[in-house]
Design a protein around this ligand. Structure first.
Ligand code: EPU
Length: 337
């Protein structure tokens, strides 16, 4: 375990923001993690996983712990299901690919999501009709203050839309080291109801899709809409899709009959932030090094050397416009540091 000083984090965050970590250490095992925690009780820590859901707007003076603990293993198996235990530092998409290769079903719709497995439960990652919580069994975590291990069950995690206990009651208190999923070996319950997936399968003339077919369809859809962070810095959806009251929605609908919506319950409606941002004229616009992606308005991008504060400024401008035009408060999905 080597501490590195004044390390650039450009390669460690998908926005590609070049800030410096005063002290940085890569953790490759649970024992290393416990050791570093016990040796640095007085220090402020910053936990870095895949860096795919954060916007760095300042230098990090904390001790940065890059959680890179690797390993995937099947811990229990029946004729129909497998319990797969994955360490926090595994790349999420590599894990999805492992499952597709083994024909383990349940996370194929979550193909190509950037980031590591360890942070996936924090915001209950989701895409194309599937969320992490659908296959999640438990996660192991270390309590930062005491170094003690703790297991969080699915109920403990209180998963919601891009939300969990790790963003609320126990925010910043634990480091997730391992996640267990329950995946199907037979009778996969495929989720193809999302229009774009259906269309991709029709295009390929696939009537009885395998989980690999679905994964490939999702990869095509994502590649057609979302910028590849290796080429253009971004953090996926910058904002959450807002939930508004039905009466508010009815008012807006009179003015904007084409506004898409999803019913949450009898009183609430979710509207796509991407649509609101596009309707406000931001889509595809660029200001210097920052911009709004041309194919998906929910994604803010760094064209090269943007500062985190440049992106933050743009997000504030968008928020203010949406508030003024639709009286809706957009919430950021990305963590602002
Ligand atoms: N839309 C527009 N303009 C845009 C973008 C979207 O009008 O520029 C409209 C679309 O036409 C559609 C609706 O908004 O009617 C929804 O768009 P889309 O299906 O692309 O999904 P989204 O709501 O924009 C969410 C997730 C994505 C996830 C997709 C697919 C959130 C905040 N985002 O986006 O997640 O991949 O659904 O399931 O919930 C992420 O979290 O980083 C992420 C990419």
């Amino acid at each position: 375990m080597k501490i590195e000083y004044h390390k650039s984090l450009k390669e460690y965050n998908t926005f590609g923001i070049d800030v410096t970590a005063h002290e940085f250490v890569t953790i490759t095992s649970k024992s290393e993690l416990k050791k570093i925690l016990s040796q640095n009780k007085e220090k402020e820590l910053f936990i870095l996983s895949g860096g795919s859901n954060m916007l760095l707007t300042r230098e990090l003076n904390e001790l940065v712990l890059h959680i890179a603990i690797k390993g995937i293993k099947v811990t229990e198996e029946s004729d129909t299901h497998a319990l797969v235990s994955v360490n926090a530092g595994e790349n999420w998409h590599n894990f999805v690919e492992y499952c597709i290769d083994q024909d383990y079903g349940g996370i194929e719709n979550l193909s190509l999501i950037p980031g590591y497995v360890g942070s996936a439960p924090i915001q209950n990652i989701g895409a194309y009709g599937v969320e992490l919580k659908d296959t999640f069994v438990q996660c192991e975590a270390i309590h930062i203050a005491t170094g003690k291990e703790h297991v969080f069950s699915k109920e403990d995690c209180k998963f919601g839309y891009r939300n969990s206990i790790f963003k609320n009651e126990v925010k910043g208190e634990y480091i997730i080291t391992n996640v267990t999923f329950r995946l199907t070996k037979t009778n996969h319950s495929l989720n193809t109801k999302y229009g774009a997936i259906e269309n991709a399968l029709i295009d390929k003339k696939i009537k009885n899709p395998s989980i690999k077919d679905i994964s490939e369809a999702v990869i095509l859809i994502r590649q057609s809409k979302l910028p590849d962070p290796k080429k253009i810095g971004n953090s996926g959806s910058f904002f959450k899709n807002p939930v508004i009251s039905k009466s508010h929605f009815s008012l807006l609908q009179k003015k904007h009959p084409e506004m898409p919506s999803y019913i949450i319950d009898e009183n609430q409606v979710k509207v796509p932030a991407g649509w609101l941002i596009e309707a406000s004229g931001f889509k595809g616009k660029r200001w210097g090094e920052v911009g709004v992606h041309k194919k998906q308005a929910l994604v803010l991008v760094n064209y090269g050397d943007a500062k985190g504060t440049d992106i933050l400024e743009l997000s504030k401008k968008i928020k203010a416009e949406i508030k003024q035009k639709f009286d809706i408060n957009l919430e950021t999905e990305v963590n602002i540091i």
